[in-house]
Write a protein of this length. Structure first.
Length: 75
């Protein structure tokens, strides 16, 4: 079996990594940023169908009884 590199060998191998001497790193850093993605058929959140957007009925559960509502009216 081959012997694993020591810490000192790794230090020597990567001593200029992520510095000005690292050609690949400097080429990557100097690239212009990519343009943002463009979504052609994007639906904004405000125009989506949101039946409970006003939250008027948020206090009512699915077990709500209409008779309870009539008891609280002051007609």
């Amino acid at each position: 079996m081959s012997e694993l590199p020591t810490e000192a060998e790794y230090e020597e191998r990567f001593r200029s990594r992520f510095t000005i001497d690292d050609k690949e790193f400097t080429a990557y850093v100097n690239e212009p940023p990519p343009s943002p993605p463009i979504f052609e058929k994007w639906i904004p959140r405000s125009s989506r169908s949101q039946p409970s957007a006003n939250h008027r009925d948020s206090h009512k559960s699915r077990y709500f009884c209409r008779n309870d509502e009539r008891l609280h009216r002051n007609d």
